[in-house]
Write a protein that binds this ligand. Sequence first.
Ligand SMILES: [Fe+2]
Ligand SMILES: [Fe+2]
Length: 191
Amino acid sequence: MDFEKIYEDLKNNLSKKRYQHTLGVERVGMELAAKWGVKPEEMRVAAVLHDCAKGMSIAEQMEFCGKNGIPLTREDLQSPGVIHARVGAFLAYWKYGVRDKEILDAILIHPTGKENMTRFQKILFIADYIDPNRELPTTHDLTGLAFRDMERAVLEIVVEKNQYLIEKRMVLHPDSFKLYNAQILYIEQRN
Ligand SMILES: [Fe+2]
Ligand SMILES: [Fe+2]
């Protein structure tokens, strides 16, 4: 993977803030990968490309999906913040030549998570949220938690994300809801 070329491309396509976020996710994603025994090079690719479609407006993302036959569910359309991930996975494959299904799947579901996530997917999900360049609404130390207890970190993040949406009276995506239930049940059984 030619990272220099990808950085150049992302710099041209993303806002400065989004590009900084990408680098933050890359850094923390690789640190978490090392900590939790997930392949760091693959995580690097997933992190660098996870928001590669964010330079497009939602309307452009939807148009892109229509033109390229990218399936969007009714729920996706009700939570348009997830669409950049569907486009991003498509671009990772067709534009950047990623063939590793683990990487593509992690990009595809990174905004909401889902039921039965792999460790790899969970790490991208966490890194996206705890990116040190992002100003978080959170009051607790999610970064510390992510290095101590990955499962709990996923739970706290999905709670915060959904709390935010509830406060704004926005629709919750069912995948996010399913992830919440899965984490609750998993942690309950584990304890
Ligand atoms: Fe994203
Ligand atoms: Fe992101």
